[in-house]
Design a protein around this ligand. Structure first.
Ligand SMILES: [Fe+2]
Ligand SMILES: [Fe+2]
Length: 192
């Protein structure tokens, strides 16, 4: 694994540092950080940063720009790590929050909304990858398809912003060591 000193010093809460890394190549998506799975909430946070990079690429594509390596990377990300992240949340993270949060957190309504958005994403990703394949084949996007691509990018950004602003802080406050270990173990199992 190619772990540079930049990566090993990376602080997942340091959004500004991450933004500056993004600026180097707007078509890039950072490599995953499996070493962070021991700190599963940090791992989810870093995956959200990678999703932000994916949304940036979707915006470039919607603007009519093409970068073969970047679009290929985006397709791979949507079909693999993005899908696995949704499974992490649906099958491990959300159930643990529902078990551990007191009623006054009102977490059930929020989780219902986020799970509903995940369901819609599943349907959208298949269509999105075929749009991206057509871009790789040299097709120009119609105005309508561009708007769909832009809409998906905006949706990813608002979904991760809500999870970062509300869900992750609640998880940090409510999940004890045992729950965090269980979350970490379930995430590892999914990646064997
Ligand atoms: Fe989510
Ligand atoms: Fe998420």
């Amino acid at each position: 694994m190619n772990v540079t000193s930049h990566t090993s010093n990376h602080n997942p809460e340091d959004g500004a540092a991450h933004e500056s890394h993004e600026a180097v190549n707007p078509w890039d998506i950072d490599a995953p950080s499996p070493q962070l799975i021991e700190n599963p909430i940090d791992f989810l946070f870093v995956e959200h940063n990678r999703q932000r990079q994916a949304a940036n690429i979707l915006h470039l594509v919607a603007d009519g720009e093409v970068n073969e390596a970047g679009v290929k990377k985006l397709i791979d990300f949507l079909e693999t790590d993005f899908a696995v992240h949704v499974a992490d949340e649906e099958l491990c993270f959300f159930p643990l929050l529902l078990q551990n949060c007191p009623p006054e957190d009102n977490i059930d309504k929020l989780i219902e909304r986020l799970a509903d958005e995940h369901k819609k994403d599943e349907g959208t990703v298949a269509g999105m990858t075929s749009v991206l394949e057509s871009v790789l084949a040299g097709e120009k996007l119609s105005g309508k398809v561009s708007r769909t691509v832009r809409g998906f990018a905006e949706h990813i950004l608002q979904h991760l912003a809500l999870e970062n602003a509300v869900l992750l802080p609640i998880a940090r406050a409510r999940l004890n060591k045992k729950s965090l270990q269980a979350l970490s173990d379930m995430m590892k199992e999914r990646r064997i």
